[in-house]
Design a protein around this ligand. Structure first.
Ligand code: HEC
Length: 327
């Protein structure tokens, strides 16, 4: 039998068996120094060399070049871990191909030997190979082109509810709060007549401003990275998140909401959103894990004070303080 063919079969069948049956054995969950993907690769190469030696196979130089080239491909594609980026893969393979080419073209004899099967295929001495190359190649190229330009189906538009209906009650730090009837314990004046006061300055004169100051401190310690130091949702980390952090200035966010709704949202964060709000992948952290109940209320108080919005109270429309005159 043709030694080239045997050699080719040894390579292909060997690879199939090794890759499917032996590779998994060498890559167990806890990796040991001997049960290791690189050891597997060496074993595979050793298998190829030994079988060729034992069977006295002498593949032609073109065949050898193909083997070596493919071994490189196999290594970068399946063995090397962690997987490398596509561009790096291309770079390595270009270098690997150049190396293989240098080897086959090192002298005129080996290069002629390498070219021989190619030339014979082209001039028609290898009839079968010629047919395969002339027919199969164009079909493959055509198929690849077809695959790459065939339009992919768009994933369906995912609608989400920005302000989902809150649950009836929420349990924070062991206490259950009915959302409808819970108010901010630190809100002293319903109408919030302190908008010309300043935190820190008026903190010791007015109790309300003391709570706002404390809420502001909590905000700048925890929230401004995302929600921005002007509460406009443009914090330094905000750009990487989708959905983006809420803009509290915007009349469409906290101005429309009850304080207890904010309390629930701050305490439970993105993970606590109900199903109707999926797919959210909201980065809003569940603050109950980091803040005390009082601190959550205070930071909510601060958000309303800073933006000049009034929380929506149950049964009334939220109103926007300022030029619009509150409607
Ligand atoms: C890691 C970034 C990040 C941090 C830090 C963060 N948030 Fe958020 N927050 C978000 C994102 C993103 C949203 C919008 C998606 C959502 O509603 O879950 C959001 C939404 C909110 C909402 C809901 C607004 C609405 O209109 O429904 C409130 C209230 C809120 N954040 C308050 C806070 C408070 C208070 C803090 C600090 C204690 C804080 N956030 C810290 C990312 C963050």
């Amino acid at each position: 039998m043709n030694k080239n063919l045997v050699s080719f079969l040894v390579f292909v069948v060997g690879l199939a068996v090794f890759h499917n049956a032996i590779f998994p054995i060498f890559t167990p969950k806890p990796i040991g120094w001997i049960l290791n993907r690189y050891v597997y690769y060496l074993v595979f190469v050793a298998f190829l060399i030994i079988t060729h030696f034992v069977l006295r196979l002498k593949p032609s130089i073109a065949m050898k070049a193909l083997f070596v080239w493919f071994l490189g491909y196999y290594f970068y594609d399946a063995i090397l871990f962690p997987p490398i980026p596509w561009t790096l893969f291309i770079t390595y393979m270009v270098m690997w191909s150049i190396g293989v080419f240098l080897y086959i073209s090192q002298d005129t004899d080996s290069f002629r030997e390498f070219r021989e099967p190619i030339v014979k295929t082209i001039v028609g001495e290898y009839k079968l190979a010629q047919i395969v190359v002339m027919i199969a190649m164009p079909i493959l190229v055509g198929f690849a082109t077809y695959k790459s330009i065939y339009p992919a189906y768009q994933e369906p538009v995912e609608l989400r509810t920005v302000h989902p209906a809150p649950p009836a009650t929420t349990k924070v730090h062991g206490i259950t709060y009915p959302l409808e009837s819970t108010n901010n314990p630190f809100r002293i004046d319903e109408q919030d007549k302190y908008k010309d006061s300043f935190p820190f300055l008026d903190a010791d004169k007015q109790e309300y401003m003391k709570y706002v100051t404390e809420g502001g401190t909590i905000f700048f310690q925890n929230c401004h990275y995302c929600h921005g130091d002007q509460l406009n949702g443009i914090g330094m980390f905000s750009h990487v998140f989708n959905p983006t952090p809420a803009n509290f200035i915007d009349p469409g966010t906290i101005a429309m909401l009850q304080e207890s709704f904010l309390f629930w949202r701050v305490a439970k964060g993105g993970p606590g959103l109900p199903n109707e709000s999926t797919p959210w992948s909201s980065s809003m952290p569940p603050w109950e894990e980091h803040l005390k109940t009082d601190e959550i209320w205070k930071v909510v108080l601060f958000e309303f004070w800073y933006t000049g919005h009034h929380p929506r109270t149950f049964g009334t429309e939220g109103s926007i303080a300022g030029s619009e005159g509150g409607e």
